[in-house]
Design a protein around this ligand. Structure first.
Ligand code: ADP
Ligand code: ADP
Length: 231
């Protein structure tokens, strides 16, 4: 796992929208930080900058002390796991093949990819023998979300980015996925940036919470306990 540093990070879109103000914060290696705030406060924009889908207008992002803009974007993206709301599994590929996506891009040999895919499916609680050969539409929403997590972790990323990973599933399944995810995180200890607008989820999952507001400003950055005791 790697540390993440945002230094006076800002993003203004070409139309003049200030999506991210002037944000400085540090995420320690192995820490799960939640970005929370109302719609339009810049959460997705921060994730997109971390993933180098878009470039900052000002400031810097460092991963393990290295400026991400000085690295090759494609290489970097392969070292960053990404989980989105509706997973985005490839519909015409089996579950096992989906989980092996990044290892394949990295040129791992077939045996190693298969073994790794099965290991990850086990880790997220899906029996690889039963589910590995199925296709995404043959799984429930909650199961697909677990496959999304398995795929994001397959190549042992430095950092895991999660954009409302549990919001598309119904509330009962969501609670279970959150619990399972906490024990998974205790085992793998990834550095995670997770976006949500669900305060319960933020408190439950976050080691620290970054509260964002209007104009993409950082209003608070604290542990859940400190946030709750400081109204
Ligand atoms: P959030 O994820 O917190 O809902 P976003 O990062 O998606 O916020 O958006 C932050 C602000 O930037 C919003 O005002 C949004 O309308 C605007 N925005 C997002 N993407 C673009 C874009 N490509 N061009 C212009 N404005 C954008
Ligand atoms: P999210 O917060 O999940 O990104 P949005 O509805 O804010 O959802 O944005 C969906 C897509 O539309 C994003 O890819 C974003 O870049 C783009 N977008 C959002 N707001 C604007 C905007 N004002 N102008 C242009 N593109 C935008």
């Amino acid at each position: 796992a790697a540390s993440i540093t945002l230094e006076n990070l800002g993003k203004v879109y070409p139309d003049g929208t200030v999506a991210v103000g002037d944000i400085s914060l540090e995420v320690e290696a192995g820490e799960l930080v939640v970005l929370i705030g109302p719609s339009g406060c810049g959460k997705s924009t921060i994730l997109r900058m971390l993933n180098r889908l878009i470039e900052p207008s000002k400031g810097r992002i460092l991963i393990d002390g290295e400026d991400v803009t000085e690295q090759d974007a494609v290489q970097l993206r392969r070292r960053i796991g990404y989980v989105i709301q509706n997973v985005g599994l490839f519909p015409h590929q089996s579950i096992r093949t989906n989980v092996g996506t990044v290892p394949r891009l990295l040129g791992w040999d077939k045996k190693k990819i298969r073994a790794r895919s099965e290991e990850l499916l086990e880790l997220v609680g899906l029996d690889p023998k039963r589910y590995g050969g199925r296709y995404p539409h043959e799984l429930s929403g909650g199961q697909r979300q677990r496959v999304g997590v398995a795929r994001a972790l397959a190549a042992d990323p430095l950092v895991l980015l999660m954009d409302e990973p549990f919001s598309a599933v119904d509330p009962i399944v969501r609670g279970r996925l959150q619990e399972e995810f906490l024990s998974l995180q205790a085992a793998v200890r990834k550095t995670i940036v997770l976006v949500t607008h669900d305060i319960d989820e933020a408190v439950r999952l976050g080691d620290r919470i970054a509260v964002l507001g209007e104009g993409g400003r950082l209003l608070q950055y604290a542990s859940p306990a400190d946030l709750l005791s400081d109204p």
